[in-house]
Design a protein around this ligand. Structure first.
Ligand code: ADP
Ligand code: NI
Length: 215
């Protein structure tokens, strides 16, 4: 199969698989991440096919969408096999998908420029105006409050604590979103993160002004 055909098929597969997803991993997240991936991959001279495929499939194996991460990973592998993606490309794509997730910041060392590109694109979609919107959608979906001055941001978290302990939407900025700017892997992404980061800081300033009734 020709690469463009594989990409077109994969788009349809992912659209279908993520239909109705309500925690910020819907198709449009994938679409945005794929667009950013293309932009960054071009500047960083990364392999475009590997990057696009990994971007499209990066959330299909997510533990939130599957009985287990293992089952999710199997699902992605069988999709790639169904598209006759060769062994080397399959291993590269699988390596990216299994290594890029944030999960409380217990970051793995990334093996390839392609992994760095896709991780950056995924992280850029977690910050800025879009990141703010996704944070509040996720908080609503998990019944977390907007803000509670008595609940302090958590400093260090295990993967389990990150997923399962109750926090607030505002705390998520301190626990993850404001850290992402300095965690970008590529120069291109570092540049793209600056404005998004600034926008979140402006949002928080305004938020506290309104919270205290000062504006
Ligand atoms: P990742 O793919 O990095 O593991 P997640 O699946 O944890 O990201 O999160 C998906 C989206 O939901 C992101 O925009 C993230 O910032 C947001 N999110 C994740 N956990 C929380 C939380 N506890 N409170 C608010 N937003 C969250
Ligand atoms: Ni994602």
């Amino acid at each position: 199969m020709d690469k463009n055909e594989v990409i077109t098929n994969t788009i349809a597969y992912v659209q279908n698989a993520l239909e109705g997803e309500g925690t910020g991993h819907d198709w449009w997240h994938i679409d945005r991440v794929t667009k950013l991936t293309k932009k960054i991959a071009e500047k960083e001279n990364a392999n475009m096919f590997i990057c696009i495929m990994a971007a499209l499939l990066h959330d299909i194996a997510d533990e939130k969408l599957n009985e287990s991460e293992k089952i999710g990973i199997k699902k992605v592998r069988s999709w790639l096999a169904s598209q006759s993606v060769d062994h080397e490309a399959t291993e590269q794509i699988m390596d990216i998908i299994t290594s890029i997730s944030f999960k409380g910041g217990n970051g793995l060392q990334l093996n390839s420029v392609e992994a760095k590109v896709v991780q950056d694109a995924d992280r850029l979609d977690a910050i800025g105006a879009i990141g703010i919107a996704r944070c509040f959608v996720y908080s609503g979906a998990t019944s977390s409050p907007i803000h509670d001055p008595f609940i302090k941001p958590r400093e260090h978290m295990t993967k389990e604590e990150y997923r399962h302990n109750k926090s607030t939407a505002i705390n998520h900025f301190y626990e993850k979103l404001l850290k992402l700017k300095d965690l970008m892997n590529t120069e291109t992404s570092k540049q793209l993160a600056i404005e998004r980061h600034r926008f979140m800081e402006m949002f928080l300033d305004e938020f506290y002004e309104e919270w205290e009734g000062r504006r």
